[in-house]
Design a protein around this ligand. Structure first.
Ligand SMILES: [Zn+2]
Ligand SMILES: [Zn+2]
Length: 234
């Protein structure tokens, strides 16, 4: 997790340029100090949003950051550590991860179509000859179901501006514990969530603030028909 000076401030959020790896290691001391100052200015101790100093990296963790023991570094907007890719999914690569799942899903569908076309063309042959083909098709179908579910799950996270970690550990995360269910504190509306997810530059990190009690109350208010028509969610 590495930060330099803030570039700008917008909607109560600080925009910070992030450089290189997300680890605190090898960062000049002045950068660590300015990062600590930024986080503490944004989330002063004693406020409802408790910041944590990572005991491994010795840097101030803003909300949404987490130390990954596999990568041995703090990760901004931590989603999960992917055992298949061997890296953390978080700020800067979540969008690419979504496209990776999308491409894998598309590849599985395309391969499935090819298998079915082949089996149909050779339907007159004894089915035992195609037993390997059928077994592969079953394996492919299982993989496709898993990939589709993963794609839908991550699309939901993106549209609501959540991370896997926040969704699973909601009751254990200090800054989310008191927030009612189905209220997404970092959500800026479906369209803006989508825009910031797809178009955000990986070198610029937005240090997000949690909404105030009034804003939370507003977010938890049920939708009226008029609000649906006027796209309050967007
Ligand atoms: Zn750490
Ligand atoms: Zn990791």
């Amino acid at each position: 997790m590495l930060s330099k000076q803030p570039a700008s401030s917008k909607n109560g959020s600080l925009i910070i340029t992030v450089e290189g790896s997300q680890s605190e290691r090898n960062i000049p001391r002045s950068n660590v100090t300015s990062w600590t100052k930024l986080v503490l200015d944004m989330h002063p101790p004693g406020t409802s949003i408790r910041t944590v100093t990572c005991s491994y990296c010795n840097v101030e963790q803003p909300p949404r950051a987490k130390h990954c023991h596999d990568c041995d570094r703090c990760v901004l907007q931590f989603d999960h550590h992917c055992v298949w890719l061997g890296v953390c999914i978080g700020w800067g690569n979540h969008c690419r991860f979504w496209w990776y799942i999308f491409e894998e899903t598309a590849l599985c569908i395309w391969t499935g179509i090819l298998y079915i076309t082949y089996l149909k063309a050779n339907i007159s042959r004894a089915w035992l000859k195609d037993v390997i083909m059928i077994l592969l098709l079953v394996t492919l179908s299982i993989a496709l179901i898993f990939l589709l579910l993963l794609l839908i799950f991550h699309s939901y996270l993106i549209l609501t501006n959540q991370t896997t970690y926040e969704l699973i550990r909601r009751r254990r995360i200090p800054y989310l514990r008191a927030i009612p269910e189905r209220v997404y504190p970092f959500s800026k509306g479906v369209c803006r969530n989508l825009y910031s997810f797809c178009c955000a530059r990986s070198s610029i990190y937005s240090l997000e603030r949690l909404p105030t009690a009034m804003e939370l109350e507003d977010k938890s208010r049920p939708y009226t028909c008029l609000e649906f028509l006027t796209c309050r969610c967007c």
